[in-house]
Ligand binder design. Structure first.
Ligand code: VG1
Ligand code: CO
Length: 544
């Protein structure tokens, strides 16, 4: 086997976004495109020589071929060992766990997460650090810088490696360990939650549906829910991962997980429903006849986490991304624990988790997790919910109702306007940013008056790094809030995310339809930003 050095030309569009580099699959499949990015990852981490890495992906189209390329390049670059999920599959939280468990030098995850997969859809690659978390901005910037200047990459002249059999193989002096993608992760979950109590709940007739959306969590959910916890066979649906996710959009929200929503709102709905995304780090939770918004889910989990063994000693603190509703802030205040507000993307939670500032984190985009790994974790959230349900012996609806009565309700919604022409979206945001200073005091119908408006900037309390322009915030005097930012995970044009929030202290007005409760805030947002004037769009494509 000989090491080959291949000459290449730099691509100018390899800047990682919110969560790694995501592109249309054909873009990634161009000659040298993946190779250039992988070589740049190695450059950014000071080379691969002597390193041990984890490798896996969500099983989407091109996952298997890309894994072979990455393994060859790791060997040619002198890596010592790669731990790879069987068939190159690992959920994102499972990859994060393996990086930590085997104390590796990091890992490469092949995923475009909640984006659709297939020959014409999306693919992605990201690097996670030795702590198991996504590379921070300084490292992704270094990768981007490397992509702009590289002229060659190294690979190995070797046939494909058999990744279907668990075991050890030598690839040009590099050790490749093919591991069961599920086993270590399932054991970790068992160490965090009261599986006995959850199993007893299932034995007593508790029913649930888990929609794996033909994505990576199918085998994980079957093993944990059906095999280890005794949920009825068939609890997990769409449980076989497919390269194109069966043509579905593996994004667990009421729009894309419509079948689950319909079932949960039908007369014979099970007690509990959940779904996960392409790479298994997101979760949607639904009770019988009631949808749980991700921001509320985070708040309920924080308020009740002590009911699960791993969190029985209480939480060190909590963190939420800026656009996430303030529901969890009220829980933190009640518990007397620290509460952090970070920019969008899990990479910003890493330092807080590593330093022991927080135990639980979450994002409005169906992401919740804790210090057990350094990624958000879909099945973890589902299991924490199940643990809470098993202890409280109440329904999801009862738990939510009591939560709102105690803390008040943060009505919340996100409106996504997808595939807008980039120039138009940029012009809209530029105009909005330009008028922020003059917004304080401006009033709208329904007694809405702007208190302040800014562009969110974050100084990491641990390493002091500054991240600017993380989203425009418009805060009203009554606590209502509008946030606007452009997505950093899309692969087509620009996606505007409009986040809307209004607080109702109760006891009255706690059970309105969120879209109704938010109507004045929605109208104000359109007026302030001129969304339809700039983009021609009046209605969002997706409402969560
Ligand atoms: C979106 C979400 C963000 C999340 C990110 C990655 O980013 O808003 O909260 O962390 O996706 O999630 P953006 O920049 O498009 O708003 V995943 O499950 O796609 O890795
Ligand atoms: Co994901």
């Amino acid at each position: 086997m000989t090491i080959k050095t291949i000459s290449t030309k730099a691509f100018d569009d390899q800047k990682p976004g919110t969560s790694g580099l995501r592109k249309k699959t054909p873009v990634f499949m161009q000659p040298n495109y993946l190779e250039n990015f992988v070589q740049s990852i190695f450059t950014a981490i000071g080379g691969a020589t002597g390193k041990t890495l984890v490798l896996g992906g969500d099983g989407r189209y091109f996952n298997d071929t890309a894994a072979q390329t990455i393994l060859r390049m790791a060997a040619a670059n002198g890596a010592k060992r790669v731990i790879v999920g069987q068939n190159a599959v690992l959920s994102t939280p499972a990859a994060s766990h393996l990086i930590r468990l085997y104390k590796t030098d990091g890992g490469i995850i092949m995923s475009a997460s909640h984006n659709p997969g297939g020959p014409e859809e999306d693919f992605g690659v990201k690097f996670n650090m030795p702590n198991g978390g996504p590379a921070p901005e300084a490292v992704t910037e270094a990768m981007y810088a490397a992509t702009k200047t590289l002229t060659e990459y190294k690979t190995l002249d070797t046939p494909d490696i058999d990744l279907s059999a668990i075991g050890r193989v030598d690839v040009g002096g590099m050790q490749v360990d093919v591991v069961d993608p599920v086993a270590d992760y399932a054991t970790l979950m068992e160490s965090l939650f009261d599986f006995g109590a959850i199993r007893a709940m299932f034995t007593a007739g508790f029913t649930m549906r888990f929609d794996a959306m033909c994505a990576v969590t199918g085998p994980y959910a079957r093993e944990i829910l059906e095999n280890r916890l005794g949920a009825a066979p068939g609890t997990v649906v769409n449980g076989t991962p497919l390269p194109d996710f069966g043509g579905m959009h593996p994004d667990p929200n009421p729009t894309w997980a419509k079948a689950l929503m319909d079932e949960m709102f039908s007369p014979d709905a099970p007690a509990f429903g959940a779904a996960s995304d392409g790479d298994g780090d997101r979760n949607m939770v639904v009770g019988k006849g009631i949808y749980v918004s991700p921001s509320d889910s985070l708040a309920v989990l924080a308020a009740n986490a002590h009911l699960a063994p791993a969190y029985a000693g209480g939480l060190k603190g909590v963190a939420r991304s800026m656009p996430t509703s303030a529901a969890v802030d009220r829980v933190a205040e009640f518990l007397g624990i620290k509460d952090y507000e970070t920019p969008t993307g899990w990479k910003f939670f890493g330092n807080l988790l590593d330093e022991g500032c927080v135990t639980i984190c979450g994002e409005e985009s169906f992401g919740t997790g804790s210090d057990h790994v350094r990624e958000k974790d879909g099945l973890w959230a589902v299991l924490l919910w199940l643990n809470i349900l098993a202890v409280r012996k109440e329904s999801v609806a009862e738990i939510l109702k009591q939560h709102w009565e105690k803390f008040g309700r943060n009505y919340y919604s996100r409106h996504d306007f997808e595939a807008i022409e980039t120039a138009k979206a940029d012009a809209m945001m530029a105009e909005l940013r330009g008028k922020l200073d003059g917004l304080a005091g401006v009033a709208f119908d329904h007694h809405l008056k702007i208190a302040e408006a800014d562009d969110f900037a974050y100084t990491d309390p641990v390493d002091g790094s500054l991240s600017q322009k993380q989203g425009v915030r418009i805060l009203f005097q009554d606590g209502s809030r509008i946030v606007m930012r452009l997505s950093g995970t899309g692969t087509e044009g620009a996606t505007l995310r409009l986040y809307l929030e209004r607080y109702a202290p109760g006891p009255e007005g706690l059970d309105l339809d969120p879209q109704e409760a938010l109507r004045p805030v929605i109208e104000a947002a359109h007026e302030i930003a001129g969304i339809s004037r700039h983009t021609g769009r009046k209605e969002p494509d997706v409402i969560t």
